[in-house]
Design a protein around this ligand. Structure first.
Ligand code: AP5
Length: 211
């Protein structure tokens, strides 16, 4: 999954994961787990994330290498939030080559900055199972409580407007250029990140299964 912060990568990747029965691997959630540790590494990761900066490659790549080596990845997986710069894209190529597999699709979600900023202010996420809601577009059935596991929903500290604006700048500078690399390899499929949520499953099938 590619697309700016808040474009709906997590929402769409969870749908793909359910349709195709493959794990949804999100660096954001893996790093939030590390950031919750009261260790030097945890505090360092927390600092980068709260400022909306990319966490250093050596940490992220190590985490992804370990995650992708687990048996549940053997039948495929959907990556959300990785790679995010050239060094990570090259590391992913090496990891996949080592496993004897390759990327089949890069699904790029297209959505404007104004939509993103208003969306992220109303996002709530589940700290226990990672489910994502929007208080207006995709609300939980019970106020601020996760439908899937019953935990109390939280607002991410990096969803404050000034941090979201900085995350968008980091995306433009470091991540968007990767699209060109994947376009040259013929892998990129574009999809609107602003479809009604109940239309996403059909749109995903159309885009991914059309070759
Ligand atoms: P991460 O958690 O990956 O955040 P992100 O990429 O900025 O993306 P988001 O999770 O904010 O949004 P999303 O595109 O998944 O949208 P969502 O589905 O939630 O990364 C956070 C931080 O971790 C980074 O800033 C960095 O510090 C660090 N990090 C992560 N990966 C890293 C890496 N590889 N290297 C270094 N550092 C890394 O949707 C957003 C909202 O919109 C939700 O409320 C949702 O319900 C709603 N919504 C979604 N789709 C729709 C729709 N179609 N219509 C209406 N509402 C919708």
């Amino acid at each position: 999954m590619m697309g700016p912060p808040g474009s709906g990568k997590g929402t769409c990747a969870r749908i793909i994961s359910k349709i195709y029965g493959i794990p949804h691997i999100t660096t954001g959630d893996l790093l939030r787990e590390v950031a919750s540790e009261e260790t030097e590494r945890g505090r360092m990761v927390r600092g980068y994330m709260e400022r909306g900066e990319l966490v250093p490659d050596e940490i992220v790549i190590g985490i992804m290498e370990e995650r992708l080596s687990r048996p549940d990845c053997e039948g495929g997986f959907v990556l959300d939030g990785f790679p995010r710069n050239l060094g990570q894209a090259e590391a992913l190529d090496r990891i996949l080559e080592g496993k004897g597999v390759s990327l089949t699709h890069v699904l790029n979600l297209v959505v404007g900055d104004d939509v993103i900023i208003s969306r992220l202010s109303l996002r709530r996420s589940c700290p226990r199972c990672g489910a994502v809601y929007h208080l207006k577009n995709n609300p939980p059935r019970r106020d601020e409580v996760c439908d899937e596991c019953g935990a109390k929903l939280v607002q991410r500290s990096d969803d404050r407007e000034e941090i979201v604006r900085h995350r968008l700048e980091v995306y433009e500078e470091k991540t968007r250029p990767l699209l060109e690399r994947y376009r040259r390899a013929g892998l990129v499929r574009e999809m609107s990140g602003d479809l009604p949520i109940d239309e996403i499953p059909e749109a995903v099938r159309r885009v991914l299964e059309s070759g």
